[in-house]
Design a protein around this ligand. Structure first.
Ligand code: BYC
Ligand code: FE
Ligand code: FE
Length: 472
């Protein structure tokens, strides 16, 4: 499909042929730009950033790289190529042709999924808005802004669906996307983890490692949708998502590399005197970010999730590769249950209601793979420490374990003991103060802050000391 890059809103959905839709989106556009200026990256409206812009969905050549001012970034609407033979892969409608339009009977469920997905995108931009003040290098600053503009585009992707397929209430939902704000006590973002603060760069790398990975899994599940426009938009979003996780994984890796170098050099596990971040501190950040991200998958047992699946709206990760009937009617499975005396046993439930758990388990396996790479790097420095993902029961606010407290190893403890010991496991004010004290901006091309190693290579063939960001 040909991309139209000359319109105010670059797109490959023939926006120019639908004057009503185009006008509605053109009306939303200034509100979006105003939101970006008010709630997006601070002090960055005049800054020129070496950004990748999506200009088509062709696998070779979908992106264009150049210095642009962020408010001038061309946020476009791009859907992956349609597959004319695509059929619904799961649920009650398995085998039927996919829907080009919203099925009336599933309208409210579908709208809710799209709104929840859409809400996270601007939320993340708001959460990260202060980070531009303290970037450890121009390379990292550029990556932050790249992630931010793409999350902005992901909002456009969902707003397009709301405007194009949900009429008046879709337009109202689109407006509300710009009215809720991360951490706003009166009008917060929908999901809890999107209201947390992301004030330091270790948190940013953890966010892009763990929270954008929730994005990957949720988008992959929505890419299976029988509602084809949602599927196609999510498929293209996933290509951008890969970069966000790259930023997270390489970011954490570079922090660890620097820490290991300092540990060897000074023969000490405490590298704070040398401007590094202790492994213990990194582990606390992992504990926090991973546990709040597990909450993003919803309850282990969810009739919402069962309905989404049966209706053909939201599938499992890589649905078509799974070896079962993709309907799961009458299938059962065992899941954990917290007993009245605060212990744990199991109960048998319908497999359909355990969809959130299934997706979360796939997420955990994927998260562990990166941790294995971190641990290999630590071991290569002859350091005998392993970073771990905390147990699924640790620090949870949603689901089966929300009423109990456990150690990171999953041993159940009393609320009293939790209060006494949690400072060993989660970031304390003192830890945050220290990490924040390291957050001083480094703006000389090629230079890095004390606490992070340089990247292996630059962006799009440019050297590491390229001037990725030009201040004016
Ligand atoms: N916080 O039946 P349950 C991304 C609510 S990230 C607060 O278990 P369900 C990105 C729930 O709404 C991907 N509330 O929930 C990453 C329900 O409320 P009601 C985002 C929560 O519906 C980085 C009640 O609790 N996309 O793209 O099965 C940067 C009962 O819950 C939470 C999606 O999430 C929570 N964590 O599952 C930028 C995909 N969890 O009915 C972007 C779309 C649950 O009592 N969303 N509740 O009022 C979904 O598929 C589902 O909404 C969820 C929740 C999986 C999130
Ligand atoms: Fe996103
Ligand atoms: Fe993302």
């Amino acid at each position: 499909m040909k991309a139209d890059y000359n319109e105010t809103i670059p797109n490959n959905v023939n926006l120019g042929d639908d004057r009503r839709l185009l006008r509605a989106l053109e009306r939303w556009h200034p509100a979006y730009i105003q939101w970006w200026k008010d709630m997006g990256p601070v002090n960055a409206n005049e800054t020129e950033v070496y950004l990748r812009t999506a200009i088509s969905v062709d696998t070779d050549g979908w992106a264009h790289f150049d210095h642009v001012k962020m408010p001038d970034y061309r946020w476009g609407i791009f859907l992956a190529e349609p597959d004319p033979d695509r059929t619904i892969a799961f649920g009650a409608h398995k085998g039927e042709p996919v829907w080009a339009d919203v099925p009336g009977e599933y309208r409210s469920e579908l709208r809710r999924l799209i709104v929840t997905q859409g809400d996270t995108e601007p939320a993340s931009v708001e959460q990260q808005r202060e980070l531009g003040r303290t970037a450890p290098s121009l390379y990292d600053l550029r990556n932050l802004y790249q992630v931010n503009v793409e999350e902005g585009r992901h909002l456009w992707a969902m707003v397009y669906l709301l405007h194009a397929y949900f009429g008046r209430d879709g337009r109202e939902e689109a407006d509300e996307m710009l009215e809720r704000h991360a951490g706003d006590p009166d009008r917060p973002r929908i999901l809890k983890a999107f209201n947390e603060q992301t004030n330091d760069w270790l948190s940013f790398f953890m966010f892009t490692y763990f929270q954008d990975r929730d994005g990957k899994f949720q988008l992959a599940a929505l890419a299976e949708s029988g509602f084809d426009p949602l599927s196609r938009t999510c498929r293209f979003m996933l290509t951008e998502e890969a970069h966000h996780m790259f930023v997270g994984e390489t970011g954490v890796m570079r922090v660890l590399q620097r820490t290991c170098e300092l540990m060897r050099q000074h023969d000490s596990t405490d590298v704070r005197p040398f401007g590094g971040i202790n492994l213990e501190t990194v582990q606390k950040w992992i504990n926090f970010h991973y546990s709040i991200c597990l909450d993003l998958f919803g309850s282990e047992r969810s009739t919402n999730a069962a309905n989404y699946f049966s209706m053909g709206l939201k599938g499992r990760y890589q649905e078509t590769k799974l070896d079962d009937d993709h309907k799961l009617d009458g299938e059962q499975m065992e899941i954990a249950r917290v007993t009245e005396d605060g212990g744990i046993d199991t109960e048998t439930i319908s497999a359909l209601t355990a969809m959130n758990l299934k997706l979360r388990q796939d997420y955990t396996a994927d998260s562990q793979r990166g941790l294995n790479r971190f641990n290999k790097m630590i071991a290569a420095h002859d350091i005998d420490v392993e970073l771990t993902l905390p147990d699924e029961k640790f620090n949870r606010s949603i689901g089966i374990y929300s009423g109990i407290e456990t150690t990171p190893e999953g041993e159940i403890i009393s609320g009293e003991e939790w209060a006494k010991r949690k400072a060993q496991w989660l970031p304390t004010d003192e830890d945050k103060t220290y990490v924040n004290s390291l957050m001083v901006p480094v703006t000389e091309p090629g230079k890095m802050a004390s606490w992070i190693a340089p990247p292996k290579r630059g962006i799009h063939g440019r050297p590491v000391d390229y001037e990725y960001v030009l201040f004016h």
